[in-house]
Write a protein that binds this ligand. Structure first.
Ligand SMILES: *[C@@H]1O[C@H](CO)[C@@H](O)[C@H](O)[C@H]1NC(C)=O
Length: 321
């Protein structure tokens, strides 16, 4: 029996010459992608219509999720919305508002950390709505406080909601996307998935995990023998004024870099990024520049920059200074 790789392919002969060809190809391809980047910068991709798309949003009843729902319902009333949230009454409130706009909407009360519940609910969505073409994994939690004040329960919950839920949800929805050779997975990550964040170590750890997870799933889909055209859009917001952080104010020395953003504005950027099939959406865009700086600056210099951005943490209620 011949040796096969994970994809069942028989490896080709590796010679010095084939290796050299690969290197030449990669250099040429890199030059081409640089040119293409400049071209895209001058001429962004066209905005695609979302008519007829089934859009499932987790964490639909608050924060960024809710604003994305309102944005879609208002500007793209021919999308079909599927709202997943663990808070039934809050979710129902959104459904009522969206129905008034004449949009087709389905809602489900589901705890995304519960594997069986996710599977069961995904089956119901498939029966009642059909194929989910746009999946927005957005549900998330924040648990502010210094590392040693984080309770084990809070740490586990952060990992369950922010990381593990993605696995349970994709296990349910990815097979249909592969079968249809089509789909779009949108993920809320965070700038804290690129740059560590003091006073919310579990959150930053969970977002680093999400970034590695998405990068790996994307690679697996590129190598998939069926070549499914599954698109990915990952969102990297910095500070957003959501219920998650409104209790707390991070004080920045360089405040101009990070005025907390309104969820409505972030939602606009997300929907626009989805319609343009952007792979990454940084809100604000300066986040991408910071990631670039992290890559090129000496470590100690970047740490200085990072520390002076976040000087200290203030709890509003407790007025700690
Ligand atoms: C559900 O949302 C409502 C607001 O619509 C809020 O008052 C309530 O505390 C939430 N329940 C839970 C368990 O978070």
């Amino acid at each position: 029996m011949e040796a096969q790789n994970l994809l069942g392919k028989v490896p080709s002969q590796n010679t010095f010459f084939s290796g050299l060809l690969e290197v030449i190809f990669l250099i040429t391809y890199t030059v081409y992608t640089y040119i293409h980047l400049v071209y895209r910068w001058i001429r962004p991709r066209r905005l695609k219509s979302l008519d007829g798309e089934v859009f499932l949003i987790t964490g639909s009843a608050s924060g960024i999720g809710r604003e994305v729902v309102y944005n879609l319902a208002t500007n793209h009333p021919r999308t079909i919305l599927v709202l997943w949230d663990s808070n039934e009454s809050a979710n129902q409130h959104i459904v009522d508002a969206v129905k008034l706009l004449g949009v087709e909407v389905f809602s489900y009360t589901v705890d995304v950390t519960n594997r069986e519940e996710v599977e069961e609910c995904a089956r119901r969505v498939f029966d009642e709505v059909g194929f989910v073409s746009r999946l927005f994994n957005n549900a998330g939690v924040v648990g502010l406080g210094d590392l040693l004040s984080q309770t084990p329960e809070k740490i586990e919950k952060t990992m369950d909601v922010n990381v593990l839920s993605h696995f349970w949800i994709l296990r349910s929805f990815l097979p249909q996307m592969i079968e249809n050779l089509d789909g779009h997975i949108i993920t809320t990550c965070s700038l804290a998935g690129h740059i560590g964040l003091p006073y919310d170590v579990p959150y930053a750890a969970s977002k680093f995990a999400v970034r590695g997870y998405i990068e790996s799933v994307k690679a697996e889909m590129r190598l998939h023998p069926l070549k499914p055209k599954i698109r990915f859009t990952t969102i990297y917001p910095s500070f957003v004024n959501t219920p998650l952080i409104s209790r707390v104010v991070y004080k920045f020395k360089m405040q101009f870099l990070f005025n907390p953003l309104e969820p409505r504005y972030v939602a606009e950027k997300i929907v626009e990024g989805v319609r343009r099939n952007e792979e990454e959406v940084f809100v604000p865009r300066i986040g991408e520049f910071l990631v670039f700086l992290k890559g090129i600056m000496p470590k100690r210099a970047f740490q200085k920059l990072s520390d002076s951005m976040i000087e200290s943490l203030y709890f509003k209620e407790e007025k700690v200074q």
